[in-house]
Design a protein. Sequence first.
Length: 146
Amino acid sequence: MNKKILLFLALIIVIVLVGGYYLFNKKANGAKQQPATPASDGSSAPSSTNTAPASPLSPAGSSSENKTSEIAIKNFAFNPDKLKIKAGATVKWTNQDSVPHQIKAGSFNSDVLGTGDSFEFRFSQPGSYDYACGIHPSMKGNIIVE
């Protein structure tokens, strides 16, 4: 009976280790962005191309002259969690935690970000943009675009 329990526990440990390895080491090259999808208001959400959609937001990289502000994802928090930027500026989120996170907002979403992964986004229109972690919804942040 004890051998069966030990064998079962060893199997569980192997499954957890393999799953953890896959989850934490799944990385893509460069910044992660999702392809364009329709937003709820019918406008075009951001894409990985360098063309600006008819949305208050557009993808990073549309203009090399704009400033980039950085937000660290660390200790299950966005730092800073509130950021004020000028229209046209880019925000770059970088996951510094040992667990995956995902940026989710009304008009843009990142892929799941593993340790060291980043997501960049250029804000072209003034407004207030709330976002959260898609995996840990208690993690919240806000971007004010002037």
